[in-house]
Ligand binder design. Structure first.
Ligand SMILES: O=C(O)CCC(=O)C(=O)O
Ligand SMILES: [Fe+2]
Length: 345
C-alpha cells in the first residue's frame, strides 16, 4: 500500500472562455484518464456547505433504527434499485463476503407520465424517500446535490471529449436522458453497528474473514464523483498491481471512470479497480458517490480514433443500460420476499 500519487486537477479554467487554458486542462485530464482512471478535482464550483450539509443528513438517516430504515428497503422499489440497502445486500467483489456497508440509492425521480417509464425501461421510475419529519431537508438537499454533480459530470465529459481530440459535445447524444445515481454510503465502525446504537452501546461487529467495506470492483457507467469524509480507506489498484491509498482531501471530489469510458476508448482510458479497505482500524466512514450513468439506450462501442486494424475493438458493442442491469445481477442477492419486508416494517 502506498500513499497518494494521484493527480489533483483544477477545473476552474474550464468554466471561463479561455480556449487555450481549457485545452491544456483537457490534455491534463486525458493523461490522468490513461494513466490512472482516477484523479482528484478542485475548482469544481460545488459549495463546501452543500456537501457538508448532505453528509450531515446522511449521518442522520443512517443513525435511524434499522427497522425504520428498512421501510424504504431497496427490494421495495420493484427492481429499480432505489432506497435503503442494509449491510450484506451487495458483494461488489462476489468472491468475498458481502460488503460491510449500508447505503441509500437515489436516481432520477420519474413518474408514470414519463415516456421511458411508460415504455417499461429498466431502472427508470420513482425514488423512495424517507419521511420528511424523520430527516428534514433530505429530499430537497439530495436533489440539489445531484443537480450540482450532474453539472460537474457534464463538464468533465466535455473535457474528456476534447482530450480525445473530439468535439466538446461529442458525448451529448449519449446523455440526453442519463440515469445518474446518487448513493449515500455508510461504513459502520466496530462499535457503531448498522443503525442507531442500542443502549448499552452495540457490541463490536467483527468482520468476516476477507470482508471489506467495499470489495474490489470497477464502476459501471460513465464517470463517478466521490466526496469522502476524513476516515480514509478508499484504495485504487494501480498499473503496477499495487493498492494505493486515495486519502481524503477536503473540498476535492475524487473522479473515476466507469466501464463505458473504458469501452468507448478501447482500454486507452481506465475503469480502474478500487475498494474500501481500512485494515485493522475500521473507522466509521461516510461517503457520497454520484455515478454519472449515461442513457439507458446509448450504444457504446470503440471510438473511431481508439482502434485500428492492428488493434481492433476489444469489446462487442453494448448498451449502457444492459451493462448496469447485468452488473446489479452479478453483485446483489435476489430480492427479499416482500412478505418478509412487510414484517420488518
Ligand atoms: O465509498 C467509497 O469511497 C467508494 C464507494 C464505491 O466505490 C462505490 O460505491 O462504487
Ligand atoms: Fe466504486
Amino acid at each position: 500500500m502506498t500513499a497518494n500519487r494521484l493527480p489533483v486537477i483544477d477545473l476552474a479554467s474550464s468554466f471561463g472562455s479561455d480556449a487555450v487554458a481549457t485545452l491544456e486542462l483537457a490534455r491534463e485530464i486525458d493523461a490522468a484518464c490513461r494513466r490512472h482512471g482516477f484523479f482528484y478535482v478542485i475548482g469544481h464550483g460545488v459549495p463546501l456547505a452543500l456537501t457538508s450539509h448532505l453528509f450531515m443528513l446522511s449521518r442522520r438517516f443512517f443513525a435511524l433504527p434499522e427497522d425504520v430504515k428498512r421501510r424504504w428497503h431497496i427490494d421495495r422499489s420493484g427492481g429499480l434499485h432505489r432506497g435503503f440497502d442494509p449491510v450484506g445486500w451487495q458483494a461488489l467483489d462476489p468472491t468475498r463476503p458481502p460488503d460491510l456497508k449500508e447505503s441509500f440509492y437515489l436516481g432520477v425521480d420519474r413518474d408514470h407520465t414519463d415516456a421511458l417509464v411508460r415504455a417499461g425501461t429498466p431502472q427508470h421510475g420513482p425514488n423512495q424517500w424517507p419521511d420528511e419529519d424523520l430527516v428534514p431537508g433530505f429530499q430537497s438537499t439530495c436533489e440539489v446535490y445531484a443537480a450540482t454533480m450532474q453539472r460537474v459530470s457534464r463538464q468533465l465529459m466535455g473535457l474528456m471529449a476534447l482530450g480525445l481530440r473530439l468535439p466538446r459535445d461529442h458525448f451529448e447524444p449519449s446523455m440526453r436522458n442519463p440515469m445518474p445515481v446518487l448513493r449515500l454510503l455508510h461504513y459502520p465502525g466496530p462499535r457503531s453497528g448498522a443503525g442507531a446504537p442500542a443502549a448499552p452501546p452495540a457490541e463490536p461487529v467483527p468482520p468476516l474473514p476477507g470482508q471489506l467495506g467495499c470489495g474490489a470492483h470497477t464502476d459501471w457507467g460513465g464517470l463517478t464523483l466521490l466526496a469522502q469524509d476524513s476516515a480514509g480507506g478508499l484504495q485504487v489498484h494501480d498499473r503496477a498491481g499495487e493498492w494505493i491509498d486515495v486519502p481524503p482531501m477536503e473540498g476535492s471530489l475524487v473522479v473515476n471512470l466507469g466501464d463505458m469510458m473504458q469501452r468507448w476508448t478501447n482500454d486507452h482510458y481506465r475503469s480502474t479497480l478500487h475498494r474500501v479497505h481500512q485494515g485493522e482500524v475500521r473507522r466509521e466512514r461516510h461517503s457520497l458517490a454520484y455515478f454519472f450513468d449515461i442513457d439507458y439506450h446509448a450504444q457504446v462501442s470503440a471510438l473511431a480514433g481508439c482502434w485500428s486494424a492492428e488493434d481492433p475493438p476489444h469489446y462487442p458493442p453494448i448498451t449502457a443500460g444492459e451493462h448496469i442491469v447485468e452488473m446489479y445481477r452479478r453483485t446483489t442477492s435476489a430480492p427479499a420476499d416482500p412478505a418478509t419486508l412487510r414484517l420488518a416494517a
